[in-house]
Design a protein around this ligand. Sequence first.
Ligand code: AVJ
Length: 334
Amino acid sequence: MVAAVARRPVSHQQAEASEFETDVLEGLHAIPKHVPAKYFYDGAGSRLFERITELPEYYPTRCEISILREHAADIAKMIPSGAALVEFGSGSSKKARILLDGAAPRLAAYIPVDICGEMIEQEAAELRPDFPQLKVLPVTADICKPFELPKEARDAPARVGFFPGSTIGNFEPHEASAFLRNAANILRHGATLIIGVDLIKSADILNAAYNDADGITAQFNLNLLTRINRELGGTFRLDTFEHHAFYNRERHRIEMHLASLKRQKVKVAGDTIDFRTGETIHTENSYKYSIESLAALARGVGWLPAGAWTDSRKYFSIQTFLLAGDLPEFVGLR
Ligand code: AVJ
């Protein structure tokens, strides 16, 4: 009758910290050194990202919002009556609100999905008073893995996925393809996907967007080291690392790195990490697509291009896709 092992309850916080530790140590022991970009977004990182979206050089957020506003009526036509709107990786609901302003009355439900449960619960609480008739049903899940939608969404005649912010650009192309396949499996037959994607453009404009004059993007990048110091007992000295961001034309991506200004040793979670002068930690890739290159990726996992809108300078795009036929016919087989 004696329980052999007293299981310590593992809080969500602890579980996250240990995944952070595993990923950071694995990345810092690898060649080249890297840390996944998703770890930028602690409290300070999220606030710095909000400031980035307001910078004169950082065009994506303003462009995307202007496309959503300007083409709201056309985009709304992609949302059938009675549909459930599923937002993937929903940070702030600012962009969803633009769709909800027109579509809320005919939606079965709005389902923001994010790995950070705390954030979407707060977002839902802020949304409900403004859309009192709308069922707001947050789901805490990793958008890259299978998860179940609430009954209201499963029973709806159609589901519309919304993935704004060019977040898909943080994925490697094979991961972006896996995300699109997962989205198809979750949204099922008759689904629509509305994606916001940053477009390939001149290197000057791209480089400026990630090297702002005020140095906010540098602070955002360096904050990762502050987070490692605080949460993993790191000994990074921020004045010995420098923000590097550049457009890699061959791979159509912005790369962000943190470069060590000297030869040094840094401790993280009890491990020692050696840096050569100039050696970098690769902290982010932000892939840029053309309308055609995203469509090709989507087609490969069963999504048919159904529409695309851009701003007047063709900096950013909103692209829509329809799921062709029933899933068992093709998903995973192409
Ligand atoms: C959140 C992936 C859209 O790649 O532009 C902004 C993050 N990094 N400045 C991007 C980011 C540096 C951003 N995304």
